[in-house]
Design a protein around this ligand. Structure first.
Ligand code: ADP
Ligand code: ZN
Ligand code: ZN
Length: 757
């Protein structure tokens, strides 16, 4: 598709063009139309503060509030209309709800190529369709290429150039007579990767799966959130495939499937391509090149792509015939955007589904407490609340593959069996057994690098980041101390900077060090480490995963990168090295996250026909979290967490928003935030009668990482049992912050439904 420039027009065009721009000002801007044929929704190039920017035309008003002689003129216009009304409505909602400038909300959801001022060109290709039955005598004995082309055309409703290209380089010549006689027609579409003919077999659904599919399929034509709560390996993906088959049977209809991380898209993409090969499919994630992103985005936006698989930003992709949304691993915190507009893709998906009147399926083995809270009323024995369920709950209790059993989970008490270089004797023995049986092991440690701390035993000095209030991690191979918060690197000192002692020791375990230990213990074993330091570039993980599948790896050491989604048939042992720091963390969400993570990583064991075993090293084996984990009883654990949240009035039993501020000098931050608390409390005192519920405003505090990248940080939390009063309060607070005398010296942001501080 070429976004052609607009020509000047004979009839008198609209004089004033009102646009939104990617600038941090919450308003729209008027320009003069020099006589171009500009319509609402078009992209235009306009001058702004000495630069040229892309704007989206929101309106063509008869008059401007600015005198015409002060208005600047539009430089150029493009004829494409990137957003439909439904998507703009969603973006409007998000800008309001997350208190982020509308122009930035709109433009940041566009592919980069459409934000650039030069025309955006996409590649096109031809697709061919058989129009009539082929006469028997048409193909001669020697015409092998022609016969293959016809077979492909008979198998598929539409065939792309690329499929023919695989038959023979001379296919065009063979095709020519078919086109000329009208047996075959062709049309031009955006060039996207075609799926190859289906090869995967279709398993018979088990009872739980069939029940889930039937319930959802019966109710496709209205808004309804479904929580698909199924243990790891229970066949949720198979359910998604059946739902897609049902929805896509309707001509034109489109489906959006979201996954938390780019790492998970290739696998899902592969399964969907082989099972739903007749439907054009595109992906949208950060590993695409800018031209691919444009191509895929336009395929979704034009309705050509019927299936879109994407990460969080894809929730804003315009899809004119969207009929179903699916969020896999809905509990995953990477659905929350951590800078710019801090949206949560799950919440946005719910709003979008409601606006479109379509179902949304949230799938997880460990649902977020937010979703759980919305769904548990759907269970008869709802003990906690008389909250009416807004989600329907569907449960899958069993693994789908016939022989696959859930793994057995054991705790190894590290107070009785102290680990040596990170490994307890029990874990070492379990690994030895796996090596003897030619089975695979996975060791999980959520910290990359060599050791989390560099320590001087003489004076107790610890290596700190120069820019953050955090310890730096030792990366031995590169001989660096690296901060995992700001990325700063410093050389490893030869002696203690504080007392001169040359004997500095690494303390604690991280992936590199565990790898080194394992190499010493099991010199014959083939060991691979999987973390952000070893896996870079888009094919690295895929290559490693195929090595694991091919049985070329005996022991995998990995961070959370390995915890999710992967399916290794010969992996029978999972060892979890260190969980205790998360067990007693001050963050009230830490145990929810830890449970989900352990359940996910445990779920990697025993997915084939061999039983799996999980060993968790901990000094607190009696902790209730492990009890629930051993029984694979997420429901009970979630219920107890929820009870706690209800008592404490924390989310999801209440809503929170935080105003975060940072500056080089904390005194400024403190003054700004203190002023904010006072004004906010005053607002509530005045408006109290109007608000349905009074929000609580806490005093300013400092986050866990008080200084980040040389900026001193603080925040104010606002909390309320209802959403609306918080929204009203934030509205006032944002207007107030924009006027504050310190505003130029401080960076501040609003984080609605913040997950961390
Ligand atoms: P989940 O997404 O819940 O983790 P998957 O959909 O990946 O589970 O299914 C786990 C494994 O079970 C896969 O290998 C899948 O092919 C297989 N599977 C799914 N449904 C069935 C079924 N009804 N019968 C047999 N095998 C199945
Ligand atoms: Zn020292
Ligand atoms: Zn740092």
């Amino acid at each position: 598709m070429c976004s052609a420039a607009l020509s000047t027009q004979v009839t008198s065009p609209a004089r004033i063009v009102r646009v939104v721009l990617d600038v941090p000002l919450d308003r729209q801007f008027d320009y003069l139309n020099p006589g171009l044929d500009i319509r609402e929704g078009n992209r235009v190039v306009v001058p702004f503060a000495g630069r040229q920017l892309i704007g989206i035309v929101m309106a063509l008003p008869a008059q401007s509030d600015v005198p015409e002689h002060k208005l600047k003129a539009v430089i150029q216009g493009f004829e494409d209309v990137p957003f439909d009304a439904a998507t703009l409505k969603l973006l409007r909602f998000c800008a309001d709800y997350y208190h982020y400038p509308f122009g930035q909300t709109v433009l940041s959801s566009l592919p980069l190529r459409l934000r650039q001022t030069k025309p955006a060109v996409s590649r096109k290709m031809w697709v061919y369709t058989l129009v009539q039955a082929v006469p028997e005598n048409l193909v001669g004995k020697r015409q092998l290429v022609l016969s293959k082309l016809i077979t492909l055309l008979q198998q598929h409703k539409e065939c792309s150039e690329r499929i023919f290209g695989e038959v023979s380089s001379g296919w065009r010549k063979a095709m020519q007579p078919l086109l000329e006689t009208g047996l075959v027609s062709r049309r031009e579409v955006l060039a996207i990767r075609p799926s190859l003919p289906a090869s995967d077999h279709e398993p018979v659904l088990n009872e739980e799966q069939a029940h889930a599919v039937n319930r959802i399929v019966k109710d496709l034509s209205r808004f309804q959130p479904w929580l698909l709560f199924g243990v790891t390996g229970s066949g949720k993906t198979e359910i998604y495939i059946r739902l897609l088959q049902a929805v896509l049977a309707e001509p034109e209809s489109q489906v959006l499937i979201m996954v938390p991380e780019i790492n998970l898209t290739p696998q899902l993409e592969g399964r969907f391509r082989s099972r739903l090969s007749q439907f054009p499919l595109v992906t949208l994630h950060s590993h695409l090149s800018e031209s691919e992103r444009l191509q895929h985005w336009q395929a979704a936006q034009s309705g050509e792509a019927r299936i879109v698989i994407g990460t969080r930003l894809s929730v804003f992709t315009p899809m004119p015939h969207l009929k179903l949304m699916i969020l896999d691993e809905e509990h995953d915190s990477s659905y929350k955007q951590k800078d710019g507009m801090r949206y949560h893709a799950r919440d946005v998906a719910l709003v979008r589904a409601k606006q479109c009147g379509i179902p949304v399926v949230l799938g997880s083995a460990t649902p977020s407490l937010e979703s759980w809270y919305n769904a548990i009323g759907d269970v008869e024995k709802s003990k906690h609340t008389n909250k009416k369920p807004s989600y329907r709950l569907l449960t899958l209790n069993h693994r789908a593959a016939a022989q696959a059993q859930l793994p057995r989970i054991f705790c190894v008490d590290t107070t009785h069996s102290p680990p040596e270089a990170g490994l307890t004797p029990q874990l070492k023995q379990a690994i030895t057994q796996r090596l003897e049986r030619a089975e695979q092991s996975l060791l999980f440690i959520n910290r990359r690098g060599y050791a989390p701390v560099l320590h001087c035993s003489a004076c107790q000095w610890l290596a700190d980041c120069r820019r953050c209030s955090a310890k730096v991690v030792l990366h031995l191979r590169q001989r660096l101390l690296r901060c995992h918060h700001c990325g700063d690197e410093q050389p490893v000192p030869l002696q203690c900077p504080s007392c001169g002692n040359p004997d500095l020791r690494p303390v604690g375990q991280a992936t590199q060090r565990v790898e080194e230990t394992l190499q010493q213990l099991f010199p014959q074993a083939r060991i691979a480490r999987v973390d952000r330091d070893t896996i870079q570039g888009k094919d690295a993980l895929t290559e490693l995963l195929s090595a694991v599948h091919a049985g070329k790896i005996d022991i995998l050491i990995g961070t959370q990168m390995l915890a999710k989604g992967h399916d290794f048939a010969n992996l029978t042992l999972v060892g979890v090295l260190d969980t205790d720091s998360a067990l007693y963390s001050p963050d009230y969400r830490a145990s929810e996250r830890l449970f989900a993570q352990l359940m996910q990583v445990s779920g990697r064991a025993g997915r084939g026909d061999k039983p799996g075993e999980v060993l968790i090293q901990t000094a607190f084996p009696q902790h209730p979290l492990f009890g629930a984990l051993q029984q694979q009883n997420y429901a009970e654990f979630a219920d107890s967490l929820l009870q706690e949240r209800i008592t404490l009035q924390f989310p999801p039993a209440a809503y929170i928003a935080v105003m975060k501020a940072e500056a080089a000098d904390y005194a400024l931050v403190e003054q700004f935030l203190t002023d904010l608390t006072l004004s906010a409390r005053e607002f509530i005192a005045q408006q109290g009668g109007i608000l349905s519920e009074k929000p609580v405003i806490y005093d300013p505090v400092r986050p866990g990482i008080a200084r980040l990248n040389r900026m001193e940080r603080g925040y104010v939390m606002m909390q309320c049992t209802q959403r609306n009063p918080i929204q009203q309060l934030l509205h006032a607070a944002v207007a107030w912050a924009r006027q504050h005398p310190l505003q130029a010296k401080i960076r501040w942001v609003v984080d609605v439904d913040a997950l961390d501080y």
